[in-house]
Design a protein around this ligand. Structure first.
Ligand code: 39S
Ligand code: ZN
Length: 766
């Protein structure tokens, strides 16, 4: 029996990599400094895994920005628009230009498109393919990291995104072909990479093929077969691990079992039932090893070790010890590094949790406990674990009868606005008097170092709450003056008081706990600290009314109230597993509903309830969609339906590929929706060609993830494109997303240009 790990967080337990990258981008440190910090993190991670007792440690799970972008570089699939800067940019600068876009005296290039990694809050950079796409091996990173580990005496396991998933993660940038048709060109590059790894001493390779958790066509299954047959034939001595995670093999099980791989990894957290299916499957070969993903790589609750031991024993009884491995369910990228760093958490709650480092211990202890000579300390560990599990199930911190009663008293009418949209639209027009193509922003303004430092000074007691409030108020008033000056129509207060759109609300609601250092990578250098939703949720205090009304008092223009929706709060938190997610979401929805009512009562006429995570929460398999969409949309409606007709409800979504769920988006019944579209050149609007979306809509006209300032004509062009499918009276003008990650200079310029673009649109239709 062996223990292995699919991937370890690479940001560093103190976000060392984030800080190093941002320092490098700002020119404060050199490329060599950045590389040194990367190496230090890798070494630390390997040491942690080695000391925990992990037998097979991953390499190439590290990345300076994103593992899919790394694969694009390794496979030589760099899009043409970056290649022309080969002479003027170093490879590292070129890499970051693909990730973030670049604009200076020599170079002006947009970033690659970014989208969600399956149903997680991690974002990857979408590979771009042309009809005449070629590939060319650049093995430096993969082989280099393998050799770095080898130098430390670690016989590591390179992790690669498998060829079928790599192609499926990407997008055709021209019409007339399907990206899977590129497989014959791609496979030889993989083969050469494998040969090189073999020559350098690799024994095992982990191929991640998470598309096996989605619905695959028979043709796609055939492509998988071709790949792994080829690898088997070309490099017979290499041992291949096929990793699927986030859901069952499901209908792909037959195909997966036919693949000539040595080890098959199963996510038994997301899909525990598949073990039985596989163990009893006639096609399970007599030599295949099963890697049981028992320790949750997506949540931070302690593993129930007794349950895992029973599961392992069952597999061992059937397959023998040599054919059973134990592992986390997926890469640990999605959980924070180390629970030991948390010194402020309520000890009762802390006892229920495990972060990445603790999860490695759980994996190692599972193996130890199955050995005939399990140590006393391992047995103690099991006993402590079982009492933690028990304590959580009976804790008085979790249940609140008032919340349960309120849930029970929800009426069907609580999910419905008072009148249908056309009536509301008229009432809102009369009340708000906005021009054609109204301009607004998504909500947040730059979270500068100054603002963040204020918060850290407040936390450490260096400044008083009064001083903090005063300074945040000053920033808010500045932002209002400035929005008025450039002529925006619907203003926002800027969210300077918020650390994060989910963490902030979690901190104020009951039922949540917080970590101090529980950072998880969201994209590139950006991290989030997901709140820990452990118990019944309710609203015991004002969440946003104070700041919003303060802002409204400083302007005659409408001030949008800004809230995060129930599905997004759920999706971006670590969530309890002792009741259905749908019920937990309904509890959050009631809390938000109360806040919406309070905002309206305080005179706020427009309230935006963001649901950027609604799409990512969609189950991976289509058969599960309807159930999810039903409860998710109902939760949103529960949160906003209490308002009067003339109160305008907005919602916002990011990176949403809507085409397949457009009906559900409409069912949310929001008066206005703002969405991300610009990196994909309004491709998203395809959804609106055949579907008559009845509400108002603001398709983002510029990409806020890049520091690049968009020109007026670029935005006019996008708006004209949008105006071909969206009626003029329904079209709003706004950026793609919030502006918190941007600097003020670029924000000012970009928004000035955006207001100008709206003016030109108004003139052109007059
Ligand atoms: N998920 C969540 N939860 N929230 C989101 O906004 C999004 N948006 C999309 C999708 N998923 C999301 C992803 N986009 C950031 C930006 C955009 C994102 C995700 C994250 C982001 O900016 N994160 C910040 C970062 O990586 C951290 C935000 C935060 O909590 O830097 N900041 C804290 C605050 O503002 C404190 C952060 C900090 O570093 O109070 N403080 C310093 C310290 O403690 C001190 C200040 C300093 O010197 O900078 O050392
Ligand atoms: Zn967004």
């Amino acid at each position: 029996m062996r223990t292995h790990n699919l991937g370890y967080p690479r940001i560093g337990s103190q976000r060392e990599l984030k800080k190093a990258c941002e320092n490098f981008w700002a020119g404060r440190i050199t490329a060599k400094d950045l590389m040194d910090i990367g190496l230090k993190i890798r070494r630390q991670n390997w040491k942690i895994q080695q000391q925990a007792g992990i037998d097979l440690i991953p390499v190439n799970d590290f990345s300076l920005y994103d593992q899919v972008l790394d694969m694009t570089v390794t496979l030589g699939a760099i899009p043409e628009r970056y290649q022309k800067f080969n002479d003027s940019l170093t490879p590292l600068e070129g890499y970051f230009a693909m990730a973030r876009g670049l604009q200076n005296e020599k170079v002006d290039v947009t970033a690659m498109e970014m989208t969600k990694w399956f149903d997680t809050n991690y974002h990857y950079l979408v590979p771009e393919f042309s009809i005449s796409q070629t590939f060319q091996l650049d093995s430096r990173k993969v082989v280099g990291e393998f050799l770095e580990a080898k130098q430390l005496g670690i016989q590591a396991k390179p992790v690669l995104i498998g060829p079928v998933s790599y192609l499926l993660l990407g997008k055709e940038k021209e019409s007339g072909f399907h990206r899977l048709s590129l497989l014959p060109a791609l496979l030889p590059v993989y083969v050469n990479l494998l040969k090189e790894l073999k020559a350098n001493g690799a024994e095992y390779i982990q191929f991640d093929e998470p598309f096996l958790a989605l619905d695959l066509t028979p043709l796609e299954q055939d492509f998988l077969h071709t790949c792994y047959e080829t690898f088997r034939k070309e490099i017979p001595e290499l041992k291949l691990i096929l990793a699927n995670y986030f859901d069952c093999y499901g209908d792909n099980l037959d195909a997966a079992l036919k693949l000539p791989v040595d080890v098959l990894h199963l996510d038994l957290v997301r899909c525990s039932s598949q073990l039985e299916d596989i163990l009893t499957h006639p096609k399970l070969s007599k030599t295949t090893v099963l890697s049981l993903g028992l320790v949750d790589g997506r949540n931070i609750l302690k593993n129930n070790l007794q349950y895992s031991l029973d599961t392992l024993q069952k597999a061992i009884d059937q397959l023998g010890k040599e054919r059973v491995w134990v592992a986390p369910s997926c890469s640990l990228l999605h959980v924070p590094c180390d629970l030991d760093l948390e010194i402020k958490l309520n000890p009762e709650i802390k006892d229920w949790l495990a972060f990445a480092r603790q999860k490695l211990d759980e994996v190692a202890k599972l193996k130890e406990l199955l050995s005939p000579v399990a140590s006393l300390s391992a047995k103690d560990y099991l006993e402590t674990n079982q009492s933690s599990i028990k304590n959580r199930s009976v804790s008085s911190l979790i249940h609140n009868p008032k919340v349960r009663d309120r849930i029970q008293s929800i009426q069907e009418s609580d999910y419905k606005r008072k009148a249908p949209f056309p009536i509301r639209q008229k009432a809102q027009r009369d009340k708000l008097g906005l021009p054609l193509f109204p301009t607004t922003t998504i909500g947040s303004f730059p979270q500068t170092t100054d603002i963040r430092q204020l918060r850290s000074q407040l936390k450490s007691g260096k400044i008083s709450p009064e001083t903090y409030d005063e300074k945040i108020k000053a920033a808010t008033v500045d932002a209002i003056r400035w929005q008025e000056e450039i002529g925006l129509d619907v203003l926002v207060h800027g969210e300077f008081e918020r650390n994060d759109m989910v963490e902030y609300f979690g901190e104020l609601l009951e039922g949540f706990a917080f970590s101090q250092a529980g950072w998880v990578q969201s994209y590139g250098s950006r991290c989030v600290k997901p709140p820990i939703l452990y118990g019944d949720v309710w609203r015991s205090q004002d969440l946003s009314v104070g700041w919003t009304t303060y802002a409204q008092q400083h302007t005659d223009k409408p001030m949008k109230g800004m809230l995060t929706g129930p599905v997004t709060i759920l999706q971006w938190s670590f969530v309890r597993d002792d009741q259905p997610r749908s019920l937990t979401t309904r509890q959050i929805a009631l809390a938000i509903r109360d806040e919406v009512a309070a905002l309206e009562a305080a005179g706020i006429a427009i309230i935006q309830i963001d649901e950027p995570a609604l799409r990512e929460g969609l189950p991976l398999r289509k058969k599960d969609w309807a159930t999810y969409l039903d409860w998710a949309v109902r939760a949103f409606r529960l949160s906003c339906s209490g308002v009067k007709n003339e109160t305008q409800i907005h919602t916002h979504m990011c990176y949403s590929e809507f085409n397949d769920i457009i009906q559900s988006i409409a069912d949310m019944d929001a008066d206005v929706i703002t969405i991300e579209t610009s990196r994909s050149e309004m491709e998203l609007l395809d959804a609106f060609v055949n579907f008559k979306y009845p509400y108002e809509i603001g398709p983002g006209v510029y990409d806020i993830h890049s520091p690049r300032v968009p020109q007026v004509r670029e935005m006019v062009h996008l708006l004209q494109k949008a105006a071909t499918v969206i009626p003029h009276e329904h079209l709003w003008v706004n950026p793609d997303c919030g502006l918190k990650t941007r600097g003020w200079d670029e924000t000012r310029e970009a928004l000035k240009n955006m207001v100008e673009a709206a003016k030109q649109m108004r003139q052109s239709v007059r």
